[in-house]
Design a protein around this ligand. Structure first.
Ligand code: TYD
Ligand code: MG
Length: 465
């Protein structure tokens, strides 16, 4: 009798080892090895190309290409994150915390596509038909072309897809699906990998777009091998704070469009509703005239979004002052504080600093530097900023304000929402048209920006700033 070969496989990175190990030598994670039956190796060289045809080298200029017809849903935010709709034959992975609304989002999308007389198959490995129906009822859906399948066996799933010939498929979730030949449990690295591979083959050969839901680990990454994200065409994360009703759909990888696009939704009684004016929402609860608060126009993909950045600076009671940041890169905070200390003369070294981006958004472009710096100075000096000002600029180590991209779009968005002044880099002043009703002020240094930005009063004159 042939001996069953098992190996230990790291559930994080897919590294194989003959022995169990406490720590993965490949990805350095602890306690990630699980015993799995070794899969027979496929013979080399008999693969199919990603398009499903037999592969051969082709001259680039002879490749035939027709403009692909994307399927669009009635949710503009959703289309935009995907780069303008769903590409036929694409494999899209959506990850997110449990209960964040992945199933709701995909069921709504399915219904919208079905309402265009396109056949849709929604496969649920987590909920029964009745549960899905219950949810559909709540969402007020009653589409003729929407089919639901409660199934976890990959072979049956593939069979049904072949028979039904849908134009759009959702698999909720990849961690519940299993392939019989693979003996390890559903959700294990080999199962997830094999099932995704099969779904990819199907998507590419039949040209059916397939959306798969992926669970996330407690660190927030999509569970299963990292390879999963490399295999699929698009990776989206559906995020949000449990206590807020806002949900953000973020592109992390997109072979058909720009990443870092973000779509904003609100979870309502009747499902998810897109939010088309995010700036208004993010500024809704702003405390105007409070010290330590500024507004920045940040680019989220191709769209400018206005967001409030808050800072709280208070004397530290311990030797090591704390620096905490939510929503911005925490390494930038000490850096900007050092610039303020050295170039402006603010004594921040024994101050605790807390920085927060209001509304639970994450910003990661350098154009928000100036806004963070002004918020810090404003809180430290306890001088409010003008609520009708907006700050845009990257701060360099010598305290200089540097140019940012797409200034025109940012300023237009600010003007649209009633802001009266923009304070930005002097180098950003030329080559574009200023919108009406907004004054654009160019500055060279943080020092100069503070002079415009902070409300001065007599007591503060003479203070070295
Ligand atoms: P769900 O889509 O099941 O999350 P996931 O698939 O990501 O685990 O979302 C469930 C949550 O959404 C649940 O907490 C209830 C809430 N919800 C609403 O607020 N309104 C609705 O119309 C629906 C369907 C769900
Ligand atoms: Mg779900």
């Amino acid at each position: 009798m042939a001996k069953r070969k098992t190996v230990y496989m790291c559930q994080e990175c897919g590294y194989e080892s003959l022995r169990w190990m406490g720590k993965c030598t490949n990805c350095n994670n602890w306690n990630t090895f699980v015993e799995e039956v070794k899969q027979p190796k496929r013979a080399a060289g008999v693969g199919v190309s990603p398009s499903g045809q037999a592969s051969k080298p082709t001259k680039m200029n002879q490749i035939e290409y027709e403009k692909e017809e994307r399927i669009t849903t009635s949710m503009k935010e959703f289309n935009r994150v995907l780069g303008g709709g769903i590409v036929p034959g694409s494999l899209v992975l959506i990850g997110g915390d449990p209960g964040i609304g992945k199933s709701t989002l995909l069921l709504q999308t399915s219904a919208q596509i079905a309402s265009k007389k396109l056949r849709v198959l929604y496969i649920s490995g987590e909920e029964s038909l009745q549960q899905t129906k219950l949810r559909a009822n709540r969402l007020g859906m009653d589409e003729e072309e929407l089919y639901v399948l409660a199934e976890t066996n990959l072979h049956n799933i593939l069979l049904h897809i072949e028979q039904l010939k849908p134009a759009f498929v959702v698999v909720d979730s990849i961690q519940t699906i299993f392939k019989e030949e693979v003996t390890s449990a559903p959700g294990s690295v080999s199962q997830v990998r094999e099932c995704t591979m099969e779904l990819m083959k199907l998507a590419k050969t039949k040209g059916i777009p397939i959306f798969i839901v992926g669970h996330v680990t407690k660190e927030g990454a999509i569970a299963g091998p990292r390879m999963l994200e490399h295999m699929v065409d698009v990776v989206l994360y559906f995020e949000g704070e449990r206590h807020h009703t806002y949900r953000i759909l973020r592109g992390v990888k997109n072979r058909f469009g720009s990443t870092n696009e973000m779509g904003i939704f609100e979870m309502k009684e009747l499902g998810l509703q897109e939010v088309l004016n995010p700036s208004e929402i993010f500024l809704e609860e702003r405390s105007r005239g409070a010290s330590g608060s500024t507004v920045v126009a940040s680019m989220e993909g191709t769209r400018p979004v206005l967001v409030e950045i808050q800072a709280l600076i208070s004397p530290s009671s311990f030797g090591n002052p704390r620096r905490m940041a939510t929503g911005v890169d925490s390494n930038r905070v000490p850096l900007l504080m050092a610039v303020l200390e050295k170039r402006v003369g603010l004594m921040l070294q024994n101050q605790d600093a807390y920085i927060k981006v209001a509304g639970g958004v994450k910003l990661d472009e350098p154009a928000i530097d100036l806004s963070i710096a002004i918020s810090i100075a404003s809180s430290f000096r306890d001088q409010p900023t003008n609520p009708e000002d907006i700050f845009i600029g990257e701060v360099g180590l010598t305290g200089e304000i540097r140019r940012v991209s797409r200034i025109e779009q940012r300023v237009q968005e600010a003007a649209k929402l009633g802001f009266k002044r923009v304070i930005c880099s002097e180098n950003n002043l030329d080559g574009w048209n200023y919108p009406n009703g907004i004054e654009v002020i160019g500055v060279k240094t943080v020092h100069e920006a503070l002079r415009y930005g902070l409300h001065t009063n007599e007591q503060n004159e003479g203070y070295t700033m």
